[in-house]
Design a protein around this ligand. Structure first.
Ligand SMILES: C[S@@+](CC[C@H](N)C(=O)[O-])C[C@H]1O[C@@H](n2cnc3c(N)ncnc32)[C@H](O)[C@@H]1O
Length: 355
């Protein structure tokens, strides 16, 4: 079913007819398909930081027989069709990410072009008005419905070419006896500090039961980098659905002089190959501003297929999240490795000889 923000935009498709259009951080392919249906020959490009949304859009395009080459995924946009007549941006949940995405898209929009920002009230669409006005130009509220608002700004403000380096944030964390330099970017989990749950997981780290480790949902790459630092012979694959996380993780490794290991864009296990001696994770339990267990449920259900015999899955979770039964059902007997008032670290090992 179409999300609320896309439904609101659907009421305004006529405004976008025939325009060179850039759609950014869309949730899936629904709106894009509707745009194509309305104007099959118009230049519509789409871009997202979220590999899961990218795959959903690819699937929707494929089902409709549409050309997928205009669906971009990465840390920064590389559009073929700039300058655009209009940009549609779905409000991201993080304010720094909104600021960065506005800075990234503003120079791609023609002067006097139309910028549409759509999002849910609870995600802060109203308070985004000021930032939109500062970066793009005069703003008005075009429509409100389904707990969402659609804002329209006219581009009047000069925008310098986008430079990702300006958005990089660097901080240091103590991980065991080692200090790690962490490089982060807007929208990447745990900005500017080590997450308390991740810290608890790091405290439990012991030598992996084999030579390969998967850091699932790697964020800025802290867990994987801590493993690599302590056990340099291990090959640590890092995976995440967020392109900015993958970029941050690569940079974190470089900043700590760690030799590069694989960094893989994947929606849960969609693009992860092979079996690992250990999977370590602080898995996601949010989607936008909602608690959402779909990703973690799929992760726990499919983890065993990516573990070598005798391999182990170790995760940290908020104590209100009851993952142990899922881990026991889908991986193997579950043990509590560490606890704090808010978090616990759980481990399930695959029995030798089990498939
Ligand atoms: C709680 S954060 C942990 C980040 C990092 N490991 C740390 O501890 O600081 C969870 C991570 O899962 C990623 N994630 C969310 N949905 C995903 C999906 N469908 N597939 C893979 N990773 C996903 C998020 O982008 C986020 O980086």
């Amino acid at each position: 079913m179409m999300d609320n923000a896309s439904q609101l935009l659907m009421r305004h498709l006529n405004r976008l007819r025939g325009l060179r259009l850039l759609v950014v951080n869309y949730p899936d392919g629904h709106l894009l398909r509707a745009l194509y249906a309305q104007q099959p020959h118009a230049a519509v490009e789409a871009f997202t930081h979220d590999f899961a949304a990218h795959r959903r859009a690819q699937a929707a395009y494929q089902a409709g027989g549409l050309p997928g080459e205009r669906l971009g995924f990465g840390a920064a946009i590389q559009p073929a069709g700039a300058p655009f007549d209009a940009v549609v941006l779905f409000l991201p949940k993080s304010r720094p990410l909104l600021a960065m995405t506005l800075a990234m898209t503003a120079p791609l929009l023609a002067q006097e072009g139309a910028f549409y920002l759509v999002g849910e009230n609870k995600a802060g669409i109203r308070s985004a008005q000021a930032l939109l006005a500062e970066t793009i130009g005069p703003v008005k509220v075009l429509d409100t419905a389904r707990h969402c608002a659609l804002l329209h700004a006219t581009r009047r403000i000069e925008a310098p070419p986008f430079d990702l380096e300006r958005w990089v944030d660097t901080y240091t964390v103590e991980a065991g006896e080692h200090a790690l330099t962490v490089i982060s970017l807007p929208g990447v989990f745990s900005q500017g500090r080590l997450d308390e749950g991740t810290r608890l997981l790091l405290e439990t780290l012991d030598a992996p039961p084999g030579p390969t480790v998967l850091d699932f949902g790697c964020g800025a790459g802290v867990i994987g980098a801590a493993v690599k630092r302590r056990w340099p012979q291990t090959t640590v694959t890092m995976t995440d659905a967020n392109a900015l996380a993958l970029e941050a993780a690569r940079r974190t490794w470089a900043a700590n002089n760690l030799p590069p290991d694989p960094v893989v864009a994947s929606d849960v296990f969609s693009h992860v190959d092979g079996r690992f001696a250990q999977i370590v994770s602080n898995p996601p339990f949010h989607s936008g501003v909602q608690t959402d267990n779909r990703v973690v449920t799929t992760f726990l259900q499919e983890a065993k297929a990516h573990l070598a015999p005798g391999g182990a899955l170790r995760i940290v979770a908020n104590r209100f999240l009851k993952y142990a039964p899922l881990m026991e059902t889908h991986v193997g007997l579950c043990r509590v490795m560490a606890e704090s008032p808010r978090y616990y670290v759980l481990e399930s090992a695959v029995a030798e000889g089990s498939r």
